[in-house]
Design a protein around this ligand. Structure first.
Ligand code: PEP
Ligand code: MN
Length: 265
């Protein structure tokens, strides 16, 4: 995979200063009002891309599995009325088609999908002929080849704006993290593909609010290209991932404390 850094969608977003790309929004779109209210607040905070999950791949059944198609229309409203770039997770070819129909700007493949080459290939096939930017989260398990394989499937479908999202890895060992970061894995990825944008997802690594800032800072210190953070107007009552979401004000606090001291890997 060869990426042209200068022309990259993700690089261009942050202009000459090349600050990290900021992606933020709720874990899940829940109501139209929640989506609009969150987006409006985040627009004030230099958030480059608004995120919200519409189809939620939950580990166990009988939990909130996403609002579905009508949520895409809410994201369409954020794009039209607030002028923000919008992004959602796709796990099937059908999701890709629906998201593109609604004009979603950026898609991402979730950690539970990256583990499955059949699913990733189906998504990649649905992406052919488009050039929508796609972000690929690491698989839930610490398997660099699977992560690279998913990135390659998307890239080979003709998508040149591909980014990797590091969201940590499942472990049976007890840990202070929800998903252990194992920083050496994304570092190895970046050392193989230097111009591949690498984005950290402190929300899913941490699983709580306290660790968000140190995890995000560590990633910036390592030279990551962007940050994806979950934000909800009433995190404690969020329908998914309540412990790790922060209010837009909480997000602003984190962003204001982050120091960009860009180093190299
Ligand atoms: C998410 O971003 O809300 C999500 C489901 O993440 P992951 O695929 O990393 O678990
Ligand atoms: Mn989430």
């Amino acid at each position: 995979m060869k990426f042209k850094e200068e022309d990259s969608f993700f690089r261009k977003l942050t202009g000459a200063e090349q600050r990290p790309v900021i992606i933020a929004g709720p874990c899940s779109a829940e109501t139209e009002e929640q989506v609009m209210q969150t987006a409006l607040a985040l627009r004030e905070q230099k958030v480059d891309i608004f995120r919200a999950g519409i189809w939620k791949p939950r580990s166990r059944p009988n939990s909130f599995e996403g609002i579905g198609l009508k949520g895409l229309q809410w994201l369409g409203r954020v794009k039209r009325e607030l002028g923000m770039l919008v992004s959602t997770e796709v796990a099937t070819a059908h999701h890709v088609e629906e998201a593109l129909k609604q004009g979603i700007d950026v898609l991402w493949i979730g950690a539970r999908t990256t583990v499955n080459p059949f699913a990733v290939q189906e998504i990649a096939d649905a992406l052919k002929g488009t050039n929508v930017p796609v972000m690929v989260k690491n698989p839930v398990n610490p398997d660099l080849a699977l992560w690279i394989g998913a990135l390659e499937r998307v890239y080979n479908a003709g998508i040149t704006d591909v980014a990797a999202i590091h969201r940590g890895f499942s472990s049976y060992e007890k840990s202070k993290y929800r998903n252990v970061p194992w920083w050496q894995i994304p570092i190895e990825l970046k050392s193989k593909f230097r111009s591949l944008p690498l984005i950290v997802d402190p929300s899913h690594i941490s699983g709580n609010r306290e660790l968000l800032l140190p995890v995000a800072q560590k990633a910036l210190d390592l030279g990551y290209d962007g940050i994806m953070l979950e934000s909800h107007p009433d995190p404690d009552n969020a329908l998914s991932d309540p412990e790790q979401q922060v209010t837009p004000a909480g997000l602003q606090d984190i962003l204001s404390k982050l120091q960009v001291r860009k180093t190299t890997y």
